[in-house]
Design a binder for this molecule. Structure first.
Ligand SMILES: Nc1nc2c(c(=O)[nH]1)N[C@H]1C(S)=C(S)[C@@H](COP(=O)(O)OP(=O)(O)OC[C@H]3O[C@@H](n4cnc5c(=O)[nH]c(N)nc54)[C@H](O)[C@@H]3O)O[C@H]1N2
Ligand SMILES: Nc1nc2c(c(=O)[nH]1)N[C@H]1C(S)=C(S)[C@@H](COP(=O)(O)OP(=O)(O)OC[C@H]3O[C@@H](n4cnc5c(=O)[nH]c(N)nc54)[C@H](O)[C@@H]3O)O[C@H]1N2
Ligand SMILES: [Mo]
Length: 619
């Protein structure tokens, strides 16, 4: 592993190296999907060249360009039990016996923790069936986008918004907490012709490259949205249709301009400018997932989603389109035939593990020890023998290193799967390009079940049959996908007129106390969360702030972290930002120990941005 990473410097404008490498699907036919947790959901042809049209537009991002080079580095090459290298069969027997033991006590003591390391239907979703079948506990999957999905659905009945093909039709775009030049390079490319306004708490790369920037206080976006709605309604600029418009008018009238400008830190002149920009330019509104992880983020997303309708746009927003594709994710996880004992909030993992209610944690497709708030509680519980920990991952992670049973998984380059995107509406049949290392997820859970003597109709259904059934609502069949490689879903919901009700009651934004900064996180161009450290090294834990430089201790009531501070004049006073891929501190401790507990009211999404941290300057 390299010792340190370059901080920024490389962007997606860096000239591409040949992404084709030496690998290709058989005969160069078939399609390769990047199945990573990323907006763009890129698609490559059989020679691993990016397809030239939507959504991939002929370019590979800085991460995708490293995939082949990374594919055999830092891999879990064989199974381990208690640190010993063993045959796969022995590891499966051990996993089955640990699961069987906890099941006899109480299946609710088994908790599966998984997220979107690979968005394939067989890789991420189907394996949950083992745990649904036995009535184990699961998480609420709230870490990333759940808060905004729930907030938008309240008004529109769906969170599905504009599709990529609609983007170039807009001459203007408002990027709301959405640093797309880094977090969604293909979306950024698709709006290259638009006049862009960026609303952020700092001068991000996206804000610098937008025609206009509005800097708000962390957690105050609800008040900016109310300001825009108020000006549109009071100045007669809202020609669009919204159900319960009178209630919205009364709601907005209840806020004085003074309240709104002091909450946001945005001068009245700028706020009015934004409302007038909406009325005259009718921009596409792009809402970043990160907003849902900020204090009051669900309220903000709820209100922002109404603005495009007020200026007469139908479906004039984009947040995440995954719920409009028609894929039956619940079917894949087996919720039609089984029930989990308990649903554990991702914001409350530490509390849960310290309560003694959990005896076994099964992890795949996630590195929760680092990425969940209070995630180090998994490491502590495993070390102290309070839980058995089973991890299935292609790469050695902090979570895998702490596991009693480690199982190797193939990467997306090594297995067939069906992938979708949360931006575009193409389903992709991903064809493998390399020999697999390890066992695929759906096979593994069925092997564990057999070994543990668990039989259930959910596990009898062939995984591919389950995928085909789960695709029914998309209008695309598995057979069609297999032969064509990719296909657009046929039942994407039509635009709807939103109902302004229910309206939120946003709380005042957080304000840092003396010696405190509000900490926010953002994507790094070279990493996806904690992935790619094997090729770029571990990103140095650095906070960017205008306040200080040198080594500092960050502290909340929950934990401490030792990091370096560098000066960034693009950050307003009282705010600090760091890359969300640099979540391990200078002492090797997870920085997410600082966070936990606080969760959004719409879907329980952990509050990760805008949290006040005390900062102690060391040297
Ligand atoms: N290169 C790369 N791309 C990625 C990822 C990655 O790790 N690397 N991760 C993927 C994943 S999992 C996700 S969820 C998405 C995340 O992508 P996005 O949702 O687009 O955002 P983040 O990169 O998390 O950055 C959050 C931005 O919100 C700003 N911000 C923080 N608090 C507030 C606030 O209260 N108000 C406003 N207006 N702005 C605020 C921050 O300054 C920052 O610019 O990106 C995906 N794409
Ligand atoms: N402080 C702070 N914390 C954050 C965030 C933040 O902004 N600030 N962002 C949050 C967000 S938005 C998210 S989405 C989460 C992400 O949290 P994680 O999902 O934990 O993120 P990754 O580090 O990408 O871990 C994914 C894991 O899946 C593995 N994986 C990849 N492909 C496969 C596969 O085919 N099979 C199996 N079995 N495993 C595979 C990878 O090797 C990797 O170990 O982090 C969250 N944590
Ligand atoms: Mo995410």
């Amino acid at each position: 592993m390299l010792s340190s990473a370059r901080q920024g410097g490389v962007t997606d404008e860096t000239p591409p190296r040949d992404p084709r490498g030496t690998l290709a699907t058989q005969g160069g036919e078939g399609v390769i999907a990047c199945t990573r947790d990323c907006y763009d959901g890129c698609i490559f042809d059989g020679s691993y060249a990016p397809i030239g049209r939507y959504p991939t537009s002929g370019f590979t991002c800085a991460r995708g360009r490293m995939d082949l080079a990374r594919n055999r580095v830092n891999r879990i090459e064989s199974a381990r039990v208690d640190g010993r290298e063993v045959e796969m069969g022995e590891a499966i027997r051990r996993a089955a016996s640990l699961i069987g033991e906890e099941m006899r006590r109480d299946p609710g003591r088994i908790l599966h923790v998984d997220y979107d390391g690979n968005q394939g239907l067989l890789t991420w979703y189907y394996p949950a069936r083992l745990f649904t079948a036995i009535g184990a506990s699961r998480t609420d999957y709230s870490i990333c986008s759940a808060e905004g999905h729930a907030a938008i659905r309240l008004h529109y009945g769906t969170s599905a918004g504009a599709l990529p093909e609609e983007f170039p039709g807009y001459g203007a775009a408002v990027l709301w907490a959405f640093p797309a030049s880094v977090s969604a390079p293909h979306i950024w490319r698709s709006i290259s012709g638009a006049t862009k306004v960026s609303i952020d708490v700092r001068l991000s790369d996206t804000a610098r490259r937008s025609q206009k920037r509005i800097i708000v206080r962390p957690g105050s976006d609800s008040f900016l949205a109310i300001g825009v709605i108020k000006v549109l309604l009071e100045e007669g600029l809202a020609s669009g249709e919204v159900i319960h418009r009178r209630e919205l008018e009364e709601f907005a009238a209840g806020y004085s301009m003074e309240t709104l400008t002091s909450a946001t830190g945005v001068p009245e002149r700028e706020l009015r400018w934004l409302a007038e920009f909406y009325a005259s330019e009718k921009p596409l509104t792009l809402i970043g997932f990160a907003l849902g992880r900020s204090p009051g983020g669900g309220d903000a997303i709820s209100l922002i989603s109404l603005i495009p309708a007020l200026v007469g746009l139908r479906r004039g927003f984009y947040y995440s389109n995954s719920m409009g594709l028609g894929i039956d994710f619940d079917y894949l996880r087996g919720y039609h035939m089984g029930r989990n004992s308990r649903v554990v909030g991702m914001a409350r993992l530490r509390e849960e593990l310290e309560s003694g209610r959990v005896g076994l944690v099964y992890v795949w497709n996630m590195n929760p020890a680092v990425t969940l708030p209070g995630g180090s509680s998994i490491l502590e519980a495993a070390q102290e023998g309070r839980i058995s920990l089973i991890v299935h991952d292609p790469f050695w992670t902090e979570t895998a290193r702490a596991a009693d049973v480690v199982l190797p998984a193939p990467t997306f380059l090594e297995k067939a799967d069906v992938a979708y995107s949360y931006w575009h509406d193409y389903l992709v049949y991903n064809s493998p390009v390399a020999e697999p290392l390890g066992m695929r997820e759906s096979d593994l859970i069925r092997a564990i079940a057999r070994e543990a003597g668990i039989s259930h109709p959910l596990l009898d259904e062939d995984p591919w049959d389950a995928v085909d059934a789960a695709l029914r609502g998309t209008g695309v069949t598995l057979g069609e996908l297999r032969s064509s490689g990719m296909a657009r879903v046929r039942n994407y919901p039509p635009p709807r007129v939103p109902d302004a009700l229910p309206l939120p009651r946003p709380s005042p934004p957080p304000s840092p106390g003396p010696g405190e900064l509000l900490l926010v996180f953002t994507s790094h161009p070279l990493y996806t969360n904690t992935q790619f450290r094997e090729v770029h090294g571990r990103p140095e834990p650095v906070i960017h702030t205008r306040e200080m430089e040198g080594e500092v201790i960050l502290e909340t009531g929950l934990g401490r972290a030792r990091v370096r501070a560098v000066r960034d004049p693009g950050v307003p006073p009282g705010v600090a930002w760091m890359y969300k891929s640099a979540l391990v501190d200078l002492d090797g401790r997870p920085i997410n120990d600082l966070l936990g507990g606080a969760a959004g009211p719409y879907a329980g999404t952990p509050v990760l941005n805008g949290v006040p941290v005390r900062v102690l300057h060391l040297k």
